[in-house]
Design a protein around this ligand. Sequence first.
Ligand SMILES: NC(=O)c1ccc[n+]([C@@H]2O[C@H](COP(=O)([O-])OP(=O)(O)OC[C@H]3O[C@@H](n4cnc5c(N)ncnc54)[C@H](O)[C@@H]3O)[C@@H](O)[C@H]2O)c1
Length: 353
Amino acid sequence: MNNKYLLAEDLLLIKNGLLEEINQFEGKVICLTGAMGFVGRYFISFFDFLNKEVFKKPLKVFAYDNFISSSSDVIDSLSLDKSNIFFEKKDVCKSFNLTSNVDFIIHAAGIASPYYYRKYPLETINVGFNATKNILEIAKKKKSKVIFFSSSEIYGNPDPKFLPIEESYKGYVSCVGPRACYDESKRIGETLCAAYHEVHSVHANMIRPFNVYGPGMLQNDYRVLPNFAVKFLKKENLKIYGKGNQTRTFCYITDAIIGFLKVLVHGLPGQPYNIGNPKPEISMIDLAKLIKKKIGNLDFSITDYPDSYPADEPERRCPSIYKAEIQLNYKPEIELVQGLLKFFGWCEQHYKL
Ligand SMILES: NC(=O)c1ccc[n+]([C@@H]2O[C@H](COP(=O)([O-])OP(=O)(O)OC[C@H]3O[C@@H](n4cnc5c(N)ncnc54)[C@H](O)[C@@H]3O)[C@@H](O)[C@H]2O)c1
């Protein structure tokens, strides 16, 4: 396999985590948006792998991306079988249709990194609303099952007494702050899914991922762990913003893809699901210390938030995954240090220093 955006061993991990589910995809047709983003590349590569290594009857994937926050250079290096995986550059905010039947829609298009949504606030709102509406119209016509990629950001800055956050927590979110374009785009996307389910019986699920990371996150992604990895590899000082006490949980990509596809197969229609790894909930300072202890020397310091960074950062974030455990039999397996070693090892091979 010649795919430099992931680890081959990870495709096997995903397959082994989905032994009960993968036959549901054999011979089926999938529409995938945001296909050249971090998560999208894993989906498309996993489906390509299933066609090449597992399925007798291949699945077909119609995949789209407009490259607003990703790169068109990626496509050739994925080495996809183009007789079953059809990629097209397309802005899915513009109305579109598919002549084929569509069994499943994975709507992962979005502008996820704070760096990019600060740069493209209107496009961020647009993809949450217009693209989601387009996708749901297709699902209505084709009777497809849909997963919409929402975000843990829809909870905003939660009251600590509601941690770990269950899906029923309504959120504490500003509709006008610097993060609002992203948070509200995901909230309206979820509202659309719920309304299409209620009015048109579309089988839609909303997925709320909690900081997914892994090989394939690009050097210019600007989310937490790629930032840490760049500074670590360049041996530069890592600036941790604020007091450094803000906490997150981190879910390795294989556990996340397993969870996402379990939602697609088993999710109850109209329902949201948290997907993440609740352990450990770790502060940015402790994350830096952990990297220093387990991976190698990392020089870091605390500094004020720069103007380029969106204010109102959530202080704590930690999911309850009880619903996914009970309803989907979801259980993340990769421990943080194990995942960090894989991720930093991959970055060392692929980031340009
Ligand atoms: N990775 C995470 O930790 C995380 C956490 C919460 C939510 N999410 C959501 O999950 C989805 C996938 O995440 P990711 O990490 O792969 O994000 P990503 O930013 O790496 O990828 C998203 C892709 O969507 C594409 N896109 C954006 N607008 C588009 C449009 N109008 N038409 C076509 N393509 C468009 C971008 O070019 C990009 O390639 C996103 O919707 C994101 O908001 C991810």
